[in-house]
Design a protein around this ligand. Structure first.
Ligand code: ZN
Length: 276
């Protein structure tokens, strides 16, 4: 699974693949166009009220390359990518037809924002939560995690080695988590793998070789456990289907019905999961 996999085909709702709109009396829905949403390139945005009462703003970006309407969701919000000659009515109908997806995705990111917020220097992620880093000079290298204070204290004999210490800590945590989750998931899916390695990889979360050897990125411990499970499931399913075929994604969906949300987490957080 390349990091690119996560970056490029962004989590979207597509007008060609999804079904037509259905009326739903329980969902209170209002849509209006207005100009000048701060921080959005396009001067157009629309707002709608979700079933949970929240007002969701959707930025509208016109694209000369877009041939159909598309909604893209991420930690920064929801964006509608529309062809140049889009009609407001078609966009309104499309967004209306996607309201259950919009509710699901906006809830997911609301929870993520509550838990993680944005990127802040001097912090790292561990199991989906953000922790402040404290470096303490000590003869014996060690690390302690305070869940109550959300602080990870690294004891280092040489402060210049703090980056290396964090990397080794991640490697240890990821190896421990993979060591627990991988055998459990493989046996529940009835799959057998060969060797497992935890690697310092810039461009992949994980990979699976033709020999059935699995590699995982040492930073995986930064992700929530359900996202780690998704990466494991993704690589395990490559034991059956080596490429990203339609059948491959069906296998992934069967094992992890929320896999799209978990991919979204990776695409949103990949840029800020790093060791400083
Ligand atoms: Zn893959």
């Amino acid at each position: 699974m390349k990091l690119e996999d996560v970056f490029r085909p962004k989590p979207t709702a597509d007008s060609a693949r999804e079904g037509a709109s259905q009326s739903c009396a329980q969902v209170h829905f209002a849509i209006k166009f207005f100009r000048g949403l701060p921080g959005v390139n396009s001067s157009l945005a629309l707002s709608m009220q979700l079933a949970n009462g929240k007002m969701l703003q959707i930025a509208i970006r016109t694209s000369p390359r877009a041939r159909r309407l598309r909604l893209v969701s991420g930690i920064a919000g929801v964006e509608a990518v529309v062809p140049i000659d889009f009609s407001a009515q078609a966009l309104s109908d499309f967004v209306t037809s996607k309201r259950s997806w919009l509710l699901k995705t906006s809830r997911y990111y609301d929870r993520l924002r509550e838990r993680c917020g944005g990127h802040e220097p001097g912090t790292i992620y561990y199991l989906g939560n953000r922790y402040r880093i404290k470096m303490v000079k000590d003869r014996q290298p060690a690390a302690t995690v305070s869940d109550a204070l959300k602080i990870i204290t690294f004891h280092v004999d040489d402060l210049r080695k703090s980056k290396h210490q964090q990397q080794e800590w991640y490697r240890h945590q990821t190896a421990r988590i993979i060591g627990e989750r991988l055998p459990a998931l493989a046996s529940s899916l009835g799959l057998r793998y060969n060797k497992v390695s935890i690697k310092n990889q810039k461009s992949r979360w994980g990979s699976c070789s033709r020999k059935g050897n699995l590699n995982f990125n040492l930073l995986l411990a930064a992700a929530p456990i359900e996202v780690v499970d998704y990466v494991i499931i993704h690589e395990l399913m490559h034991l059956i289907e080596l490429d990203h075929s339609r059948r491959f994604w069906e296998l992934v969906r069967n094992a992890d019905p929320d896999y799209k949300l978990h991919r979204e987490w990776l695409s949103s957080y990949a840029p800020i999961i790093r060791i400083e």
